[in-house]
Design a protein around this ligand. Structure first.
Ligand code: AMP
Length: 112
C-alpha cells in the first residue's frame, strides 16, 4: 500500500516543521495555513479517518485532544478552534486522522 504524506512525515521520509513529538503523537505546522496559527496533531498509528477508529483507540483519541490542549497552552494560545474533517465531502484531503488547531484570527459560525 502506498504511504500518504503524513505517514512519510512520521517516518521522516519528508520534512515537516515539527513542533511536538512523543511515542504516540506528532504535531507540525500546516504547509498551507488557514490562520496565523495552523497546527496539525496526528497519531503515529495509521487511522485513516475518525470513523475508522475503534473502541481500543479510546486512550489514543483522548491523548490527541490533550496534546492539542498542551500545544495551545505551551504557545500561549487561549482561543482556538479544533477541526477534524472526516471524509472527502467534509473536506478531508489526507487520509490519516488529524486534528487542526486554528488560532490567531476570528472564526465565523457556521463554518464554511
Ligand atoms: P484535511 O483537508 O482535513 O485532510 O487537512 C489536510 C491538511 O494537510 C491541509 O490543511 C494541508 O494543507 C495539510 N498538508 C498537506 N500536506 C502537508 C505537508 N507536507 N506538510 C504539512 N501540512 C500538509
Amino acid at each position: 500500500m502506498t504511504e500518504n504524506i503524513f505517514e512519510k512525515i512520521i517516518k521522516k521520509e519528508i520534512p515537516a516543521d515539527i513542533i511536538y513529538e512523543d511515542d504516540l503523537v506528532l504535531a507540525f505546522n500546516d504547509i498551507s495555513p488557514q490562520a496565523p496559527t495552523h497546527i496539525l496533531v496526528i497519531p503515529k498509528k495509521n487511522i485513516p479517518k475518525l470513523s475508522d477508529s475503534k473502541n481500543e483507540d479510546k486512550d489514543l483519541l483522548g491523548t490527541l485532544l490533550l496534546t492539542a490542549k498542551k500545544i495551545a497552552k505551551d504557545n500561549n494560545i487561549n482561543n482556538y478552534r479544533l477541526v477534524i474533517n472526516n471524509g472527502s465531502e467534509a473536506g478531508q484531503t489526507v487520509f490519516h486522522l488529524h486534528i487542526h488547531i486554528l488560532a490567531g484570527r476570528d472564526f465565523g459560525w457556521p463554518p464554511g
